[in-house]
Ligand binder design. Structure first.
Ligand code: GL2
Length: 828
């Protein structure tokens, strides 16, 4: 088997890089030259922005040779490459990461300093590219980091949205207001338009039968796909991978004939439409709206990426031997968003390269693998066939054929007619993308043990029963470079000093070496001191940016993630209000109360009314609680405006208690839970997603578990009566009644009516059922926090035992379990 001859893994790791030899003086000269050449200013004239561009340019230059070399080695084809197809990459800022991976971070820091600049202030200039919504997009960013670090030949493919995830502001009433995120308003020194690798992508039109009986697509429109390339520097691997993001442009900028007839608007129509394709990121997270523009985006980047890969691996060949394609590159489909790539490859193989259906399907199946990131049915994309047929008529035809083939194959494997009906890819005018990916790819994976199990038991059960060997798990991970080394330099230094080297940064299981210091008072003191300093820094930053004052000696209790009912920010809020009521009524003694700062950060999808109402309520609870002198500042609620990767990097290292409180069976994995654990926060959480594995590893005694398990939720489902909880629990009733009374809406009882009514009557994610246990565990947490040393010990054990959650390990799992696909039986 050709696949077996390529061992899993990597292009050889290069020990040394040329840039190692550059001196600080040379770096200073380079920076000054970059100031003059690319900004047209002298050192004396330069401000932080000039410096940001100049340093970025110099660091890019340091990485350029490795970038080119990595690409050349990738294209030699000795090791199968990975094409990561993702509609989202939530990158975070680039400069600090590039400096870290430049090979000479200390020299760069020193050079900038000696030129009279503060590197932190220079780095603060950067606007992060918010080309993703949340966990899914950030995971893709962690994965390309790990691919480069592990020297895996890889290309990340995605979309260069002109506008990323909206910038969130709060109005005077506490409502979320969405502002456009024009992250490119000052350009970006990190991207390079690569016109040499431009592609054409068609849409619309008709399918005709040619004289020799073949089907041929005649698209009505053609668009230019321009790749913008980003360097993805690996950590100490001597490798720099590529992230290739596509931008749409009209083929003819505008129509001169029409323009000359003075019909200005008509003349630029094609251009406007073309540019609209990659104009804006859809701000829905874990939900799906069947909009045509979204399918246009998905097809646009999938088609451009496939064409790019084929031209990379078969340069100049008109009739490439595409049977070798799956040996050259394997494509990972990040959720259903790029699944249309399956139909596109089939179209190319059959219509363009002349393969018969069986051969084409076998190539396709060997090429693709699919990662499912959800359990929520509303996040599994199901396209209206009419819409798809209008935009991609040939693809719909092909999908119909795959759907028939699938039914046939399922029958062969012994599926019942009812099961075959349930598994239909294309039926009743709908196309189910998750089913297409499952049938037309080699592997399907979930993103945490529990999630992968639930996929097999529920979401994709029929398929798993029939094709058990297709299904596997790859638990998510996060990059320790960004989320430890860059976000938490103090803890990183302590770890390095304690372990005696920095090797842990690309071998995170070495953190285990900290375990033996968990009872060493000296070490605990240092660990606690790091946390405290991080909290002081965070408090300063909050004061500076939002004008809010918080006490670094209070417990920092954090819930940062997208606003979604299943994540249950509402439950956290009810707990805060219940605490407030208890403190006000004297039921809880303010003098012995452990001071707490409750930190929220969350964006809501602009069309998600309940989520937006929850944001408003959080802001108003904050207003009331923070201004109540009776609390003596002991309970504070802060809502971070415009939560993003940059602020996450500040919040996570400063957190004592991490809230992961989704309803069991709803959060596929979660990834911030991993970042918190690595940084020594303690989790309060349900048995959901990767929480299960975190708890297993850090130890049950270092994790605050509460709430229903998946089985309990299943049992309750169908006869759940939230009102009974409301009526029987005075704390719960008091909290909901406080909201309903107008306590947080200047006396108006109507403002949050939908919020309270929804909880009492529907409560789709059973917050009320878990509320009592949640209150009780919070009391235990409060008591535990009083014993500072014991608390710190828990933090140490979290850090020491979270090495598993590095994305380097996830990538290794993909290499071992998914990307070496040679042994799967092929369908004929
Ligand atoms: C998500 C899941 O909700 C989240 O639990 C998971 O950690 C990430 C990454 O696998 O994927 N699925 C999804 O649609 N979004 C996620 O963040 N947006």
């Amino acid at each position: 088997d050709a696949l077996e001859t390529h061992p899993p893994g990597s292009v050889s790791q290069k020990e040394h890089i040329v840039s190692d030899e550059i001196t600080r003086e040379q770096l200073k000269d380079e920076i000054i030259a970059a100031l003059r050449h690319s900004r047209g200013v002298s050192l004396a004239e330069a401000n932080n922005e000039d410096m940001y561009v100049a340093v970025s340019t110099v660091v890019r230059n340091l990485l350029a040779d490795k970038w080119i070399e990595t690409r050349e080695d990738t294209l030699k084809g000795n090791t199968k490459a990975v094409g990561y197809l993702s509609a989202e990459y939530l990158l975070g800022t680039q400069l600090p990461n590039a400096i870290l991976n430049s090979g000479v971070p200390q020299k760069v820091e020193a050079a900038v300093k000696e030129l009279g600049f503060d590197l932190n202030a220079v780095e603060d200039v950067e606007v992060e590219p918010g080309l993703g919504n949340g966990g899914l997009g950030r995971l893709a960013a962690c994965f390309i980091d790990s691919l480069a670090t592990k020297a895996v030949p890889a290309i990340g493919y995605g979309i260069r949205y002109t506008y990323g995830i909206f910038r969130q502001e709060f109005d005077k009433d506490g409502n979320q207001v969405e502002r456009p995120d024009y992250w490119l308003y000052k350009g970006s020194p990190w991207e390079q338009a690569n016109y040499r690798r431009e592609q054409r992508v068609g849409m619309g039109g008709v399918v005709v039968t040619t004289k020799d009986g073949k089907r041929e697509w005649k698209p009505a429109w053609q668009f230019r796909a321009i790749p913008y390339d980003y360097m993805v520097p690996g950590y100490e691997s001597g490798r720099v991978g590529t992230l290739r993001l596509w931008s749409a442009k009209a083929v003819d900028e505008f129509d001169l004939l029409t323009f000359n007839r003075s019909q200005y608007e008509d003349a630029v129509k094609g251009q406007t439409w073309a540019e609209s394709i990659t104009k804006v990121l859809y701000p829905e997270d874990s939900t799906y709206v069947g909009k045509q523009l979204r399918l246009e985006q998905q097809y646009f980047f999938s088609a451009a990426s496939l064409a790019d890969a084929i031209s990379l691996f078969y340069p100049g060949e008109e009739h490439p031997d595409m049977t070798t394609f799956p040996d050259k590159i394997t494509f990972q489909l990040n959720d259903t968003h790029p699944v249309i790539a399956i139909a596109e490859l089939m179209r190319l193989l059959i219509d363009k390269y002349g393969y018969d259906w069986d051969t084409a399907f076998s190539i396709t199946q060997r090429t693709f693998n699919y990662t499912c990131h959800t359990l929520l049915p509303e996040a599994l994309e199901v396209w209206d066939a009419k819409l798809m047929g209008e935009l991609l008529p040939r693809h719909l035809e092909i999908i119909e054929q795959i759907s028939d083939w699938a039914a046939h194959d399922q029958a062969k494997h012994g599926a019942s007619p009812e099961a075959i009906e349930r598994m239909r890819i294309y039926s009743n005018g709908r196309v189910r993308m998750a089913y297409l990916a499952t049938m037309a790819g080699s592997h399907v994976n979930g993103v945490a043990e529990l999630h992968s199990q639930l996929l097999k038991d529920i979401t994709l059960k029929d398929f798993a029963d029939l094709y058990p060997s297709k299904f596997t798990n790859v638990t998510n991970g996060v990059t320790p470079r960004r989320f430890m080394r860059l976000a938490n330099p103090r803890l990183s230094e302590l770890v390095t000093k304690t372990l005696g080297s920095e090797e842990w940064l690309n071998d995170l299981e070495q953190l285990k070496g900290l375990e033996k210091y968990a009872d060493d008072p000296q070490f605990l003191k240092k660990f606690a001191e790091v946390k405290h300093q991080n909290k002081v820094d965070f408090a300063d930053w909050l004061k500076r940016t939002q004008g809010v004052e918080i006490d670094p000696n209070s417990m920092f209790d954090t819930m940062i993630k997208r606003l979604h009912e299943y994540k249950r920010q509402s439950m956290k809020l009810l707990q805060v209000i219940a605490l407030y009521n208890q403190l006000k009524s004297g039921q809880r003694d303010i003098n012995t109360f452990q001071a707490r700062t409750v930190i929220f950060g969350a964006k809501a999808a602009p069309g998600y009314a309940m989520a937006k109402l929850t944001i408003r309520l959080i802001n108003n609870v904050a207003r009331v609680v923070n201004n109540d002198p009776a609390l003596q500042g002991k309970l504070r609620v802060v809502f971070i405006e415009n939560y993003n990767v940059t602020s996450a990097q500040r919040i996570i290292p400063a957190t004592d208690l991490d809230e992961q409180i989704s309803l069991a069976g709803k959060e596929a994995s979660g990834t911030s839970n991993m970042k918190f654990a690595i940084n020594g926060a303690v989790t309060v959480g349900t048995l959901d997603g990767a929480n299960v594995e975190i708890r297993e590893r850090v130890g049950a005694e270092n994790f605050f578990l509460f709430g229903m398990k998946v089985e309990d939720v299943e049992k309750l489902d169908g006869n759940y009566n939230p009102r009974s909880y409301y009526e029987s629990d005075p704390d719960l009733k008091g909290a909901i009644d406080a909201i309903a009374s107008g306590m947080f809406s200047y006396g108006d009882p109507n403002t949050y009516k939908e919020f309270t009514e929804n909880l009492i009557n529907k409560d789709p994610f059973m917050a009320l059922a878990d509320f009592r246990e949640y209150m009780d565990i919070q009391d235990k947490i409060e008591a535990a926090y009083q014993d500072k040393q014991a608390w710190t010990r828990m933090g140490v054990l979290n850090t020491a035992n979270s090495g598993f959650f590095t994305s380097d390990r996830s990538i290794q799992d993909y290499l071992d379990r998914v990307w070496m696909t040679g042994s799967l039986p092929q369908h004929k």
